[in-house]
Write a protein that binds this ligand. Sequence first.
Ligand code: ASP
Length: 309
Amino acid sequence: MVSPTIIVHGGAGDWPKSKQAAGLSGVRQAATRGFRLLQQGESSIQAVEAAVLEMEDNPVFNAGSGSTLNLVGRVEADAGIMDGKTRRGAGVALLRRTKNPVSLARLVMGRTDHVLLAGKSAERLGEAFGLPKVNLRLPERVYQWKQAKRRLAKGFHGNLSRNLKLIRSKGQSILGDTVGALAIDQNGDFAAADSTGGVSLKLPGRIGDSPILGAGLYADNRIGAATATGVGEIAMRFVVSKSACDAMEGLTAQQAASQTVKRVTKLAGRGLGIVTLDRKARYGVAHNTRHLCWASLTKKRGLVSQIHG
Ligand code: ASP
């Protein structure tokens, strides 16, 4: 029997001092919730869904309720989930009202023949299965959106420099705190899940890496699991979660995470974080952003959490 392990993250980017305690407590709670299920003999899929759901319901994170807003001030949330045993997975995108995007992704994975569903039609499927709907647009995010727009007007563009040019020529950043979870259960089955409001001030209709298998997340029982955070465009261009999993064929989880981030930094610059989990239930964490907030829970090492600087 494998010793169950879970690792969760609350996003790469800047974690200001004022938010660090809440971020750490949020990832600890999420890891604890997922680990409890693993200890009760539940599957890794159950565990990663529950861990991500916990963070979607915690407004400190940019996922579910608390999602960051796009350029026109709307929420368009994305999420993904993947089962390493069946290598089935699914993503959902551009959600405005589904309370827990990760559960909708699980529904698409388990009940449909598709891998990616977006927008109103995806939300309708959730409704048909009784998934709760809420207003994901919280007042605190509206305040942050106004500040970000002010910074944009002054020429600060973070990783959205081409958007800024486009906005200026056609008439009108920062990273968020996306969440993710990886787990291995007592049967040795892997799972990965993630959820995000995306990058703030993104163009309406923009879909990031989080619902894209291979980019935002990947799980394969033969190798391990990985999930990414940061600039989704980088994660998609370099298919970073699948790359990190492939690297674990010969490397430990930590070596694979570090190598992936190092390679991508050379090719695309900063803006990426990744967590990994290998067949020996060892985890890895690497990032080239200022911070990455994460927590892991194993029987041997207990609860470990950190905001990596
Ligand atoms: N990867 C997410 C996206 O680009 C954002 C994040 O991780 O903060 O949608």
